[in-house]
Design a protein. Structure first.
Length: 85
């Protein structure tokens, strides 16, 4: 799916921190649940002109998918705490 690279990179980073009991499947679940929580949508980008190699990003969070997609999300609004009277 569109999050495969992010899942692999997240798994590698978590493992580098010594948290080796987490599997690729665990990271896949985490990424999918987070995407659902923030209402992540992957939208098709306009056709880029010629991009040089330096203009592309390898960050796991930069595109959240193939280079021709762009990520759009909405953080949920927290409920205001109720005040006791």
């Amino acid at each position: 799916g569109p999050f495969e690279r992010a899942v692999r990179n997240l798994h590698d980073a978590v493992g580098a921190l010594g948290l080796t009991s987490y599997t690729i499947e665990d990271m896949n679940t985490l990424v999918k649940d987070l995407a659902k929580y923030i209402d992540l949508k992957l939208l098709k980008k306009e056709e880029p002109k010629q991009l040089s190699r330096s203009q592309t990003s390898n960050s796991i969070f930069s595109a959240q998918g193939p280079d021709f997609m762009r990520a759009v999300w909405r953080w949920p609004v927290a409920d205001k705490p109720k005040q006791s009277v």
